[in-house]
Design a protein around this ligand. Structure first.
Ligand SMILES: [Zn+2]
Length: 271
């Protein structure tokens, strides 16, 4: 599943193609994503895209009076199509833009969704309203996270992946930031000291920035809107590296299944 860096990379690439331009019309080849594609998106005509935002893992198109809220689910991709390109089975949506480009949405597993929100104030929608702070803003700081972890006995990795606490961090970036911070993923949140939390917060920001700079991580099918893979995979220390040697101490990286999610860690480097 794409996490914050991948969504940020996508948003940054599509931004100059879409901002201030009109959606002439849409072509919907399959309405059945996670939620049925709404009628307003099917019949969209001559709608100006005023702005493009990212919040958590959502991409939002702000129109004159409405907004479109997009979630890529597990395998969704947004592509900039500049020449005629053959349609594939999983190309569900085309937005035909007035500058001769097409924004194409493809999604193999169809867990992504497109929502029509009847206001340009998208922050009030039920999808956005409940979200916690953005990890790359000052609202997400050591004191904020420490106050929360003090009251929680759940594993720190599970907590980092909760969108109501902090948005956009999934399995990849929680595993990696915990490794760099030398903290075991299954440590109970309330056992972390303030110093450990401060290091963790700093490393989360560092890793997210570094991944954005490198175009995100392509472990599964993530590609950017130009069809390119992200380069951050080569920087991974633990994620999907089970049975490979730790880049720091040369012992084997371990994998543990917890609540149906795999967790990757080094039992020597992390305590
Ligand atoms: Zn190690």
């Amino acid at each position: 599943m794409p996490e914050l860096p991948e969504i940020e990379v996508i948003k940054n690439i599509i931004y100059p193609y879409l901002k201030g331009n009109n959606i002439n019309y849409s072509i919907i080849r399959n309405r059945k994503l996670k939620y049925l594609i709404p009628q307003e998106i099917i019949s969209i005509s001559n709608e100006k895209i005023i702005n493009i935002k990212r919040r958590g893992r959502y991409i939002i198109f702000i129109l004159k009076n409405n907004s479109i809220i997009i979630h890529l689910g597990m395998t969704g991709n947004l592509l900039i199509i500049q020449n005629n390109k053959k349609i594939k089975t999983y190309d569900h949506i085309d937005l035909v833009i007035n500058n001769h480009i097409i924004l194409r949405y493809s999604d193999i597993r169809k867990f992504g969704f497109w929502i029509w929100y009847n206001s340009k104030h998208y922050k009030n929608s039920i999808f956005i309203k409940k979200l916690g702070p953005e990890p790359l803003t000052n609202t997400f700081n050591s004191l904020y996270l420490y106050r929360i972890t003090q009251k929680k006995k759940i594993p720190i990795k599970v907590l980092l992946m909760m969108n109501e606490i902090v948005v956009g961090i999934g399995n990849i970036y929680s595993s990696e930031s915990l490794f760099i911070s030398k903290i075991l993923p299954y440590r109970k949140a309330n056992t972390l000291t303030f110093i450990e939390i401060s290091i963790l917060v700093k490393n989360i920001k560092y890793i997210l920035y570094k991944s954005i700079k490198n175009g995100g991580t392509s472990i599964y099918n993530y590609i950017d809107p130009y069809g390119r893979k992200g380069n951050y995979s080569k920087f991974l220390f633990v994620y999907k590296r089970n049975n490979k040697l730790c880049k720091i101490c040369k012992t084997k990286i371990l994998k543990m299944i917890h609540r149906n999610r795999s967790t990757f860690f080094c039992s020597v480097c992390q305590i």
